[in-house]
Design a protein around this ligand. Sequence first.
Ligand code: PA5
Length: 447
Amino acid sequence: MNNIQVSIKHSHDFIREEEIYLQQNKIEKIHQSIINKTGKGNDFLGWVELPGNIDEELISSINRTANKLKSNTEILVVVGIGGSYLGSRAVIEALSHNFSLLNPRKNYPMVIYAGQNIGEDYLNDLLEVLDKKEYAIAVISKSGTTTEPAIAFRILKNHMEKKYGKAEAKERIVAITDQSKGALKKLATDEGYQTFVIPDDVGGRYSVLTPVGLLPIAVAGFDIQRLIDGAKSIQLMNSNPGSIKENPVFLYAVTRNELYKKGKLVEILVNYQPNLFYLTEWWKQLYGESEGKEGKGIFPAGVNFTTDLHSMGQYIQDGQRILFETVLSVAEPAKKMEIPFDRENLDGLNFISGKRIDEVNKMAELGTTLAHIDGGVPNIKISIPKVNEFYLGQLIYFFEMACAVSGYLLDVNPFDQPGVEAYKKNMFALLGKPGFEKETEAIRELL
Ligand code: PA5
């Protein structure tokens, strides 16, 4: 296996293949509208050509900045929320040691995160850690006005200026934001921080292959060029898209939409490798924000098997029949381990002694898939050969393109997120933000 593969053979009890292939004309039109930028939200399609268009000088500049930051820091704090942190976290955690907090990579800073919550204890604990460590900050916000990262950055900037003095703090902060708009842009210009630009036509959740994702990934010591190469290989494949049957992007997008039409309203992304947890979180944001609107959309959920087979497994097998699963299957783990033989065999496990741990994991995967199909849960399988920068790049572009196609199949704009504003309006009204006086009055009456 050289590339991502999609198999829908375990969905055949629920949808006929012809139903999927019947969508060919529609899919070709959608694909054209993405390539020609004529569909809904067409001013946010910059990610489509991004892997092929990334300027070499930008990659060098990101790598130079990463080297500079790594020379005098033990920790990089990435300050951002949603698309401004999930992509880098997904890639870094997928490629890192499972116990990286206890076993950090030699010669590379550890990447940790802030601004993705408003937890007072979280921020206190963070400062406690940073008191004792050398650190740098990558503050990331496309709009430059998002409350959570703005609060975290204000606190961290204060801490850093006290710890290092204003002049050195300035050298330890990199801002990634819009070219000209937003409070973060103004702050970065006034303070003289090094900045990287998020292109206008790339939205937050599609921005992992811009400096938003690339800088933190490079600081963590991973090969951003390979990540881009992986994404580029799927971009190239998609420039000559072919039929639904041949094109994994289309096959996934169409199958999940056909399942949705049959009442399968929830898609569960399943992984069997714990270090893919944040890839699922990234995927949930990508699909949740892109599709969940106008009363439509598949609800994206995630589980980590076999762990969650002992919690969510019961519901998936036996609960409401509104689910389908998409299994992210990794053909080959990076490391090997066999189950040892034991003379006493008190645990009765000698029947699997000598087998790789992964062989057992794969049988758990197959056994679970078959059980869930029996229980009425269709299954799509997405396979990658291994977890490395190249295949993560493939997965990123694959999911982004499939998400755009899916959104257009649903007839929504996959690139906006109007629903996210509702909580912000209430929060600002409750906090008495200037300009929200009317809302404050209305919400106080309501309460
Ligand atoms: O996908 C999106 O656009 C959002 O999820 C944003 O990434 C998130 O709200 C953060 O926005 P910003 O980068 O403007 O701070």
